[in-house]
Design a protein around this ligand. Sequence first.
Ligand code: 1DF
Ligand code: MN
Length: 347
Amino acid sequence: MIPQNPHYKRIATEEGWMTPELMKMYLHILENKTIHDPGFFNLWGFFAQNSSPRAKDLFARIQDLGERRLSDMDATGIDMQLLMLTAPGVQVFEKNIAVDLARSTNDQLAQTIKAHPTRFCGLAAIAPQDPESAAKEMERAVHHLGLKGALINSHTQGEYLDDEKFWAIFEAAEALDVPIYIHPNSPSPQMVEPYLSRCLDAAICGFAAETSLHVLRLIVSGVFDRFPKLKIVLGHLGEGLPYWHYRIDFMHAGIVRSNRSEGVKPLKKKPSEYLRENFWYTSSGMAWEPAITFAQKIMGMDRVLYAMDYPYQYVEEEVLAMDQLPLTLEEKKMFFQTNAQKLFRLE
Ligand code: 1DF
Ligand code: MN
């Protein structure tokens, strides 16, 4: 049992959940091989079907929105979780099924939050397969369910959001002034192959490769010139991107100058300026002082937020280590509490 911190609330901002109904649907895919997505099979073949203690434990925890989760939060000193439907959410399903499932899971999430409003808040699942419906669902979730933004688990069946057919989603997020959390997914079918045989496709590396690729596609496409107020949240301290700002800026400028690719047009700003102005990073799975300090230095103190990534990363003493970060009390409060309250407009 880790006591609450007297100086700040600890809000964890990338916390996974799913319904038993969704788990059944994943099992159906696994058993009947109804989709082509090797990353999905490797990830959920483990968590849904493996008999190791880690998989069994996760299987139970991820589906619980009641006593077990609350007692786990108490045990690890977490005051509040920002809940998001675990990856890949509804994005692996056929369009109409995904649209319905996003609605029904968002309704269930809203019920959970209503039952424990001081412990839970959440983001809406949306189905990018149907961008217009996704935009409408985001609006419904924010205006009628009290959810704080939307979640997209990187690629949708191998497609990336830099394709303009998806931009109704960004238009809605900008108009509602709510963030979109781009959570990792396994690398798309086009890129996953060499990751598989060494089990590098999931959280060890593939997630960050896939998600950072997605973000760079977005930036280079000019989406932030079209939607300059768009707010994007990334986990895992920005999926490696903070380390790359300098090189991305240098190389992008060269590609533009030499007119090297049809897919690269001049932008109003440098890539790193969008990363600093349109993005927020959470510390999910990266409870590591040098990396957090570096991300804060690159992004600013007000853009790095605490996350645990429950139940995938469930480390009891993690918050105690984070309480010891080399920050002033005011900065620690920003990291654990007020940055999240501002970005997600929590009460
Ligand atoms: C894993 C990690 C799985 C994260 C996740 O969702 C996830 C994992 C399926 O360890 O396989 O959200 N994560 O964000 O690091
Ligand atoms: Mn996660």
